[in-house]
Structures are given as C-alpha cells and as structure tokens.
Design a binder for this molecule. Structure first.
Ligand SMILES: CC(C)(COP(=O)(O)OP(=O)(O)OC[C@H]1O[C@@H](n2cnc3c(N)ncnc32)[C@H](O)[C@@H]1OP(=O)(O)O)[C@@H](O)C(=O)NCCC(=O)NCCS
Ligand SMILES: CCCCCCCC(=O)O
Length: 160
C-alpha cells in the first residue's frame, strides 16, 4: 500500500529551488521518486541563499529496525552538500565526505538538511551540513568539493 502524502513545505522565508534546471535530472538516487517509499525531497534556498532540503526518509531507507540506514543519511549528505556548492556557483564533484552520526533517525518523518559554504581555496570548496529536526541533530557532515572544468560541468549538467 502506498505511503500517504507528506508535508515537505519550507519555512516562510524560503524559496523553492529547482535542482534539475541547474544540474540536470540525473540526481535520481535520492531525489528521483517524489512519491516513492525511499526518499521524498524538496529543495529550497533560505533567506541568505543557502541550500536547504526537506527530506522524508521512507521505509526503503531502513537500517536499524525503524530507523534510517547510515548509508542513506550519507547519500543525502552527498547529494545535498554537493548540490549546495553548485547552487553557490561552483561546478564540482564531491572528493571527500565525512559524516558523524549523532542520533538514530526514526523513519517516516520529515527532517531538514541545512548547508553552508565554509571556505574556498583554489579548486577546493568546503561545505558543511547537518540533518536535523527541531533541536535534534541526526547527522553532521563535512564535504570537500572539487571544481571541475567548464566543459565537464556542462556535460554533467546535461547542457553540452
Ligand atoms: C575529485 C576529483 C575530480 C579530483 O581529481 P583531479 O581533478 O585530478 O584533481 P586533483 O587530484 O589534482 O585534486 C585537486 C585538489 O583537491 C585535492 N583533493 C582531491 N581529492 C581529495 C580528497 N579526496 N581528499 C583531500 N583532498 C583532495 C587535491 O589534493 C588537490 O589539492 P591541491 O590543489 O591543494 O593540490 C577526482 O578524483 C574525481 O573525479 N573523483 C570522483 C568524484 C566522484 O565520483 N564523486 C562522487 C560523485 S559527485
Ligand atoms: C551534477 C550535480 C552533482 C551534485 C552533487 C552530487 C553528489 C554525488 O553524486 O556524489
């Protein structure tokens, strides 16, 4: 039986962010089934322009009984923090991702992924993020993104 609809609405001062128009439609692993039983995702920019995501972890992301698989949280961090760099104007791929799992994440609830660009140096863009709900932090991550040449970026984003 399909899961009921979930409320992925953002905060009042957020604006919807159209990821496929920026990076193409390839990000299906996390974002590809908006009515499926794995993840349901909606992207936003907050008032400062930083990327935010509302994400529902469905039953197909299960690891420990009733809770999200650590890899499912890592996959979300990979996509959201990489996309955060693109959204900030840096065409990148992810070179390194470190995830700290802080609390077990119960399935079938909507959580927020926050991101911020920490620094840039040469081709390196450091992005930090966390998966949270209210005061509870489920995971935190540091993501090293590496900028790629314009032609490669255009090909990745399906704009060649
Ligand atoms: C990331 C990648 C583009 C880097 O390769 P490259 O273009 O040849 O670049 P380099 O190896 O010269 O690295 C560029 C810089 O980033 C640093 N860097 C690259 N990968 C790194 C890593 N995993 N950890 C730390 N530093 C790293 C290098 O040390 C170098 O730093 P420097 O400029 O100070 O010398 C390449 O390894 C790659 O494509 N990896 C696969 C990415 C991927 O599949 N990501 C998941 C999907 S998005
Ligand atoms: C072409 C857009 C790339 C955005 C980040 C994807 C992260 C990953 O696949 O590891």
């Amino acid at each position: 039986m399909p899961m009921p609809p979930v409320d992925l609405s953002g905060e009042a001062n957020w604006t919807e962010f159209d990821a496929p128009s920026l990076v193409g439609a390839s990000l299906r692993f996390v974002s590809g089934e908006p009515e499926g039983d794995r993840y349901r995702v909606r992207y936003y920019r907050n008032a400062d322009g930083a990327l935010r995501a509302r994400i529902w972890f469905g039953p197909e992301t299960e690891g420990p009984p009733g809770h999200a698989h650590g890899g499912s949280m890592a996959a979300v961090m990979d996509e959201v923090l990489g996309l955060a760099a693109w959204a900030a104007g840096y065409p990148i791929v992810v070179g390194n991702l470190n995830v700290d799992f802080r609390n077990l994440l119960p399935l079938q609830q909507v959580v927020t992924v926050e991101s911020e660009i920490l620094s840039t140096s040469g081709r390196k863009v450091m992005v930090r993020g966390r998966i949270c709900k209210g005061d509870t932090v489920y995971a935190e991550a540091d993501c090293l993104c590496i900028t790629i040449p314009e032609q490669a970026a255009a090909e990745l984003a399906g704009k060649h």
